[in-house]
Design a protein around this ligand. Structure first.
Ligand SMILES: [Zn+2]
Ligand SMILES: [Zn+2]
Length: 231
C-alpha cells in the first residue's frame, strides 16, 4: 500500500515501510521471519532492485520488527542501523526481555503476540545509533530515542518531509485509535517518549501497528499525550 508517493507500507503481523530516495531505498523494520520475499517483491513493484536497498533501520529488537533482517542482509547489500541499547538482542548477545508488569487489558494480547510471532534469527548491525544521530534519508532524517517499549526503541523523524516513523512507541488499537504502544518494559518511560514525539512537528506518522496517520498526525499525538498526562 502506497502511503504517499515514494513511501510504501508492507502490511503484516509486523508491518514495515519502504522509503524511496532518488535511486536508493530505505526499509524501516523487516516484518516477521519469512517476510523477506514479500518485502523484496514490494521493492521490485516500487521500481527497485535488491542492490538498491541501501539501509535497513530497525526501530527495536522485537521479532515482529527484526524477523526478516537476517535473510534480507543475505539477499541485499543493505547496511543495518539500530539504537545501541537494542543491538545486543538484535545480534543475539542478549535475550528479549519480557515486561513483568503489563496492564491487565494487555496481558492476553501479549501472550498471544508472543505465541504467534516466530523467533527472529540474530544478525549483524552495522551502525549503532544514539538520540539525535543523522541518517541519510530524504532531506535528512534524525534518530529519536524513545525508550520504554524497549530500552533502545527508536523513532525516525524527517523534519523537511514532516514524516515520522514511531515504531512501537505508538500504534493503533482495534478501533483504529492512536494509542501508546503496548507491552512496554517501562511504562512511565514509554509515556515520556510518547510526549517527546508529540512535541515534534509532522503531518504523517507511520506507527508500529495499524494504518499510518496520513494528515495532522502530530496534532493527534498531542491529543493522546494530553490524556496520558491525566493518568
Ligand atoms: Zn515491539
Ligand atoms: Zn511490534
Amino acid at each position: 500500500m502506497e502511503v504517499i508517493p515514494g513511501l510504501w507500507m508492507i502490511e503484516g503481523l509486523g508491518p514495515c515501510y519502504l522509503y524511496r530516495d532518488a535511486d536508493t531505498y530505505t526499509l524501516i523494520d523487516t516484518g516477521i521471519t519469512g517476510d523477506a520475499t514479500r518485502i523484496l517483491d514490494q521493492l521490485e513493484e516500487a521500481g527497485g532492485k535488491p542492490g538498491q536497498l541501501k539501509q535497513i533501520i530497525l526501530t527495536h529488537s522485537h521479532p515482529d520488527h527484526t524477523g526478516s533482517h537476517a535473510e534480507l542482509i543475505e539477499r541485499t547489500e543493505a547496511q543495518v542501523l539500530a539504537h545501541e541499547l537494542d543491538v545486543p538482542v538484535i545480534i543475539g548477545e542478549a535475550e528479549t526481555e519480557i515486561p513483568k508488569v503489563v496492564p491487565n487489558a494487555e496481558r492476553k494480547l501479549m501472550e498471544m503476540a508472543i505465541e504467534e510471532t516466530p523467533i527472529a534469527k540474530p544478525a549483524r548491525v552495522d551502525r549503532a545509533l544514539r538520540d539525535g544521530d543523522e541518517i541519510d534519508m530524504g532531506a535528512g532524517a534524525v534518530a529519536v530515542h524513545v525508550p520504554g517499549h524497549t530500552p533502545g526503541s527508536l523513532a525516525i523523524f524527517l523534519p523537511k518531509e514532516k514524516l515520522l516513523f514511531a515504531g512501537d512507541a505508538a500504534e493503533r488499537d482495534l478501533e483504529e485509535n492512536l494509542v501508546l504502544g503496548m507491552f512496554n518494559l517501562d511504562q512511565a518511560q514509554a509515556i515520556e517518549s510518547f510526549r517527546k514525539l508529540a512535541a515534534l512537528d509532522f503531518e504523517i506518522a507511520c506507527v508500529g501497528h495499524g494504518k499510518p496517520l496520513d494528515r495532522d498526525a502530530s496534532l493527534a499525538f498531542r491529543r493522546v499525550a494530553e490524556k496520558l498526562a491525566d493518568n
